[in-house]
Ligand binder design. Structure first.
Ligand code: 13P
Ligand code: SF4
Length: 307
């Protein structure tokens, strides 16, 4: 592994590439990242970073978002087959037909979508800012919220907003966390705080002491007085938790199938080998038709403008 990491560092320098990685990536991939973060932080960083080429260690929509915001940069992705079940649950043509049925509605989409869906969207959101984005819309305006029905339902519940129409999509990783498994862990560790990503089902989110994005969860674990946490999201985040807070204890939550934790196989497709090949070949690269890119950019910029 050491030699692979050294080879990546050498290629990064030689080719002037910066590596972005999401918290769900393998620990060794997180190790070679220049910037590690959640979807929101990485999107914002993609605009700001001073580099000609970004290699995005994450799923396809994350690389697309970086390219939408920084069209002048080259965005390399180590494995184009690393997609996302949530983004795939919302094909752009079907979303366009859904939108046409509700012409009065404003469209809010989670960034876990293809660029085609972002181009049909008024304001994007991430799990970090979904609440603020929804609250920025006048109360009397109907909202189409897509594609994650779990995140949408969670926001609807905390805002008490009735006029939200949901797209019926979900993340296969977060849908599988088990309420019973978490309740059993709570019995075993009564002092533990439960931290949950809002892509989980409502009955699971209801068990949370804190519910929020990966970055939000990390911040909560930092400030919480508790030293034990039941972690109800993709276990890639454990590497950063253990690195940042070595004195605290993190227990991954089980899935309905009884698995000790629930991995995103798409995120795990990004390996050190695929990064080396991508840096050597300077491919594959994200390419987006300019008209679609500009439309998608408007919806992401609208999100960034919400404070
Ligand atoms: P974050 O918004 O927390 O980065 O989550 C992204 C994601 O894919 C969750 O499944
Ligand atoms: Fe997509 Fe779910 Fe994987 Fe996140 S964890 S990238 S939403 S499939």
């Amino acid at each position: 592994m050491k030699t692979k990491i050294a080879r990546i560092e050498e290629l990064k320098c030689e080719k002037g590439v910066v590596i972005f990685a999401h918290y769900y990536c393998r620990p060794e991939v997180q190790q070679v990242a220049d910037f590690l973060g959640d979807s929101l932080a990485l999107s914002i960083k993609a605009r700001e970073v001073d580099a000609k080429t970004i290699l995005f260690a994450g799923v396809h929509f994350m690389g697309e978002t970086a390219k939408v915001l920084s069209p002048e940069k080259r965005v390399l992705i180590p494995n184009p087959e690393a997609t996302c079940s949530l983004a795939e649950s919302c094909p752009a043509e079907e979303f366009a037909a859904f939108k046409a049925q509700h012409p009065e509605a404003l469209v809010i989409s989670y960034v876990n979508t293809t660029v085609g869906v972002k181009a049909l969207t008024d304001i994007c959101c991430t799990s970090s800012n979904a609440l603020q984005v929804v609250e920025s819309v006048p109360q009397d305006r109907t909202i189409i919220f897509g594609p994650d029905k779990n995140l949408g339902t969670y926001i609807k519940k905390i805002t008490g907003r009735e006029n939200m129409i949901m797209w019926n999509g979900a993340c296969h990783v977060h849908e599988k966390f088990s309420k019973e498994g978490i309740l059993a862990l709570k019995k075993e560790y009564p002092e533990a705080k439960v931290v949950v990503h809002p892509e989980c089902r409502g009955e699971v989110a209801d068990l949370a002491d804190y519910c929020g994005s990966t970055a939000g969860i990390l911040a909560y674990c930092d400030t919480s007085e508790s030293d034990t946490f039941i972690v109800v999201t993709e276990p890639g985040i454990l590497a950063e938790m253990e690195k940042k807070y070595p004195q605290k204890r993190f227990i991954p939550a089980p899935s309905v199938e009884g698995k000790a934790c629930n991995e995103c196989e798409y995120m795990k497709m990004i390996t050190l080998d695929s990064i080396i090949a991508c840096l050597e070949n300077e491919a594959p690269e994200i390419e987006i038709e300019e008209e679609i890119r500009q439309k998608a950019e408007r919806s992401i910029e609208a999100m960034v403008a919400v404070k």
